[in-house]
Design a protein around this ligand. Structure first.
Ligand code: 2NL
Length: 348
C-alpha cells in the first residue's frame, strides 16, 4: 500500500469513527460501531496489516499515526460506553421508579348480594329451629316437579307458557323448589324437617315484580301429629325472627294442588305495626303460601298418610328482600349496578 494512501485512510477512519461513536445511542449500537471502526475487517486493520510491507521510515511514520488514531478511537469508545451505561441505568431506574409517597390504592372487597343476605337469614331462622337444608338439581323431571306434587296434566302451571323445557327427555328447569322436598321424602322416612332454598325458573315476562329466574325458600315438616296450628306457630316464630318482635300472622284460604287446606300468609307490617302505610298499604304484607301437605303427595313419596301429616310453605326471596329493604323494582336485584349493590355492604 502506498504510504500516502495509508495516511489518508487513517485520517478518514479517524473522522468516520469519531462520528459513528458520537452517534451511537445505545450500548448495542456502540459495540456495532466498534466492529466497523476497529474490527478485523475494518479499513484501519487493513492499513495496519500493510505496515510490514513498508520501508523502515515509512513504517514508523504511518505506524505512529495508526497508533494515535487507535488511541483516539479507543478513548472515544470508552468514554461513550461509560456515558451510555450511565443513561441505561438511569432509564432502568426511571422505569422502576416507585413513588412511596403516593397514597395506597383503596381495595374494594366485594360484599354479599342482598338476595344472598336474605336467603341466609331465612335459612338460619329455620336451622335454629332444627330444620336441615336440602338441595337438589335445577333441571328436573316431570315426576318431581309436577306429578308427585299432585299437579295434574291439565294444570296451567305445566304448559309451555309457564315452564321452561329442556330439549331432552321432557326435562324442565324447576318451577319451584318443592321437587327438592319430594326427593328428600323419597329418600327417607319421617320425621322430616327441611328447608330448600334455591333458584327457580318460569317462562314469564320480566317486570318490576316478576323475574324469569328467581329464588325461593320452601319448608316442609312431616311427622306424627303435625297440625295446622304447628304451621301457624312456626310461621309466627319465623315472622318475628325476620322482622322483629310483635309480628302477627294472618292466614287466608288459598288453593295449591299439593296442600289441603292451603292458605295465603300475610305478616303484620313491621313499619306501621298494622296501621297501614306506604310499604304495606293495609297493614299486612303478603309473604308466603302454605298449607297441610296433601295426603296424595305423602303417598306419592311412599309415606303412610294415615300415620303422618305435614305442613309446607313457600316464599319468594326477591319478594321478601323487596319488603325488607324497601326496594320497589325486582330488576334491580339482577342488573348488577354497583350503586345499588354497595348499599347492602355490611348489611349481613
Ligand atoms: C308460594 C307457595 C307453597 C308449598 C309451597 C309444598 C312442598 C311439598 C309439599 C307440599 Cl313437597 N307443599 N310447598 C306449599 C304451599 C305453598 O308455595 O307462594 N311460593 C312462592
Amino acid at each position: 500500500m502506498d504510504p500516502q494512501d495509508a495516511l489518508r485512510i487513517l485520517e478518514e477512519e479517524r473522522a468516520r469513527g469519531m462520528a459513528l461513536i458520537a452517534e451511537a445511542g445505545s450500548s448495542e449500537s456502540l459495540e456495532a460501531a466498534k466492529v466497523v471502526v476497529l474490527g478485523r475487517k475494518s479499513r484501519f486493520t487493513e492499513v495496519q496489516r500493510s505496515l510490514g510491507s513498508l520501508g523502515e521510515n515509512e513504517r514508523r511514520r504511518v505506524g505512529k499515526v495508526a497508533n494515535e488514531v487507535r488511541a483516539a478511537l479507543q478513548g472515544a469508545l470508552d468514554e461513550r460506553r461509560a456515558a451510555l451505561a450511565a443513561t441505561d441505568e438511569t432509564r432502568l431506574l426511571e422505569a422502576d421508579r416507585v413513588d412511596v409517597t403516593l397514597p395506597g390504592r383503596r381495595l374494594r372487597p366485594g360484599s354479599l348480594h342482598p338476595l344472598t343476605i336474605v336467603e341466609h337469614e331465612i335459612v338460619e331462622i329455620f336451622t335454629r329451629m332444627g330444620y336441615r337444608v336440602a338441595e337438589g338439581p335445577e333441571i328436573e323431571d316431570d315426576w318431581h316437579n309436577f306429578e308427585a306434587l299432585n299437579i295434574p296434566h291439565h294444570h296451567p302451571a305445566r304448559t309451555m307458557k309457564d315452564s321452561l323445557y329442556v330439549d331432552v327427555d321432557a326435562l324442565l328447569l324447576r318451577t319451584e323448589t318443592s321437587a327438592v322436598q319430594i326427593r328428600t321424602m323419597e329418600s327417607q322416612q319421617p320425621p322430616v324437617y327441611v328447608v330448600a332454598p334455591g333458584r327457580t325458573y318460569r317462562r314469564e315476562a320480566v317486570d318490576a315484580t316478576h323475574l324469569s329466574v328467581f329464588h325461593q325458600v320452601e319448608g316442609l315438616a312431616v311427622d306424627e301429629g303435625i297440625s295446622f296450628s304447628d304451621l301457624k306457630g312456626t310461621l309466627e316464630a319465623f315472622a318475628n325472627a325476620l322482622f322483629g318482635e310483635g309480628r302477627r300472622v294472618r292466614m287466608d284460604p288459598d288453593y295449591f294442588p299439593f296442600v289441603e287446606p292451603g292458605c295465603q300468609v300475610a305478616v303484620s307490617c313491621f313499619k306501621c305495626d298494622g296501621a297501614g302505610c306506604s310499604l304495606c298499604g293495609n297493614g299486612w304484607i303478603e309473604l308466603l303460601g302454605a298449607g297441610m301437605v296433601h295426603p296424595k303427595v305423602l303417598e306419592n313419596c311412599g309415606y303412610d298418610a294415615e300415620r303422618y301429616t305435614g305442613f309446607a310453605f313457600g316464599m319468594g326471596i326477591e319478594r321478601v328482600a323487596m319488603v325488607r329493604y324497601g326496594v320497589s323494582d325486582m330488576r334491580l336485584f339482577v342488573e348488577g349496578d354497583v350503586r345499588f349493590l354497595e348499599q347492602f355492604e355490611g348489611a349481613a
